[in-house]
Design a protein around this ligand. Sequence first.
Ligand code: MG
Length: 253
Amino acid sequence: MIELFSDTGMAEIERFVDADTLFAFDLDGTLAPIVDDPTAIELPGPVLRSLTTLSRLAVTAVITGRSRNDALAKLGFQPRYLVGNHGMEGLPGVARPQQELQGQVAGWHQQLNRLLAPQILSGTIFEQKGCSLSLHYRHASDPRLVHAGLLAAIEHLEPTPRRVGGKFVENLLPQGAPHKGDALLQLMAHSGCSKALFVGDDETDEDVFRLHDPRIFSICVGTERTSAADFHLRDQADMARTLEHLINLIRSL
Ligand SMILES: [Mg+2]
């Protein structure tokens, strides 16, 4: 990965961005810093101001693991597109998640209640998001133990979910449902944008990075994880600077 704010990174982004570029972002850990209480996330002032400006100048999208309603309440600005549930919710042209998917997710929740030992269960916060289920263990007294217990139980779930790990979270998604990479391609097709720039920080964002699509400029926030992205920011604090730079690039077109 190349650091975005290096000579090479700056030259590449300048060469890439044009009037046909869609700008898409993950939310937690990307636009907003991760905080202890996930319900308390907030976009820093400079990020919010720049996103509001960027959304007037270009097509913007937020693609998040949160449900759409939850994300809408946290954002404070209106992107052209807001896709929730890791790519499954709010895609234009795609029917609302079917009851069958939601039934699958509710079924996993019930099975986990039976499968998990009391000390694992008590260290886990279940977040049922309609068509996906997130298991948070950030606040467990022994997160490693709880994580191991969760992984063992997930093996027994039926039907087998697609499991995507994150920071102190395991996300369970229905097999074959659209992921963030599918969602971004769909948004490009829907908006008529021939290119996209995507910034994300987490395992679910790798579904975009792994496309290795030359039409997508991929940026990973942070360097502690191995990532298939081409470029990286040092940390989330560089996000405001990135947005400012994008606005300057668009204005100079
Ligand atoms: Mg994230």
